[in-house]
Design a protein around this ligand. Structure first.
Ligand SMILES: Cc1cc2nc3c(=O)[nH]c(=O)nc-3n(C[C@H](O)[C@H](O)[C@H](O)COP(=O)(O)O)c2cc1C
Length: 181
């Protein structure tokens, strides 16, 4: 893949807020997650765990993303992937002594980016959902109070004729500086 092709993938990836409601095949969801989990992390600690739901649990998780009328579209997602911390690995314990914990949040964000791009490459739409009730999610998934869940990702097939929006991004002059000497 060259840079132009990668750019085309980035441009096609967008927050999809209208899914068809069609179920997503478990094997496809697993494959998207497997590829995303190739993401880099500080000290290669991989302080994460992806929990994907395609069945009854999905509906329960979705409710925890919809307080105050938010994220209604997520009800039609074919799968929900919860991006959770998992700091149980040995490297994390060693890393904690050197304050590597600070990087955990970054690592999970990088994983989330890999996840939505992997989904797009597989022809599956996505939306990162930061609006969530973490406490409720932890209870639904029987996770300890200490486990943070920074993001949840809704996956699904975009509705027919769902438009590819033009990317609205700050101009490069505001977000990029080149120091060449
Ligand atoms: C950490 C994070 C949390 C987000 N939370 C939500 C959310 O709860 N609901 C939603 O509809 N979109 C959510 N988004 C999507 C952003 O609004 C979206 O990425 C941004 O407007 C850029 O649009 P694009 O993804 O279509 O390029 C979130 C995005 C990120 C990165």
């Amino acid at each position: 893949m060259n840079l132009k092709e990668l750019e085309a993938l980035y441009l096609s990836r967008q927050s999809c807020r209208e899914f068809t409601g069609e179920p997503l095949d478990d094997a496809l969801v697993r494959e998207i997650c497997r590829v995303a989990l190739l993401a880099p992390s500080a000290c290669n600690a991989q302080p994460w765990h992806l929990i994907a739901a395609t069945g009854a649990k999905k509906a329960e998780i979705v409710k925890a993303m919809q307080h105050l009328g938010m994220n209604k579209f997520a009800s039609e997602a074919g799968a929900i992937v919860v991006v959770a911390e998992d700091k149980s690995g040995g490297i994390m314990k060693i890393g904690a002594a050197f304050k590597e914990n600070e990087f955990v949040r970054n690592d999970l964000g990088i994983l989330t980016a890999h996840l939505v791009l992997a989904a797009q490459a597989a022809g599956v739409g996505s939306c990162i959902l930061g609006w969530r009730d973490e406490k409720e999610l932890r209870s639904l998934l029987s996770l300890s109070d200490k486990v943070r869940i920074p993001e949840v990702v809704a996956l699904g097939y975009p509705a027919k004729d769902y438009p590819v929006r033009e990317k609205k991004r700050k101009p490069l002059s505001e977000t990029f500086t080149l120091l060449s000497d």
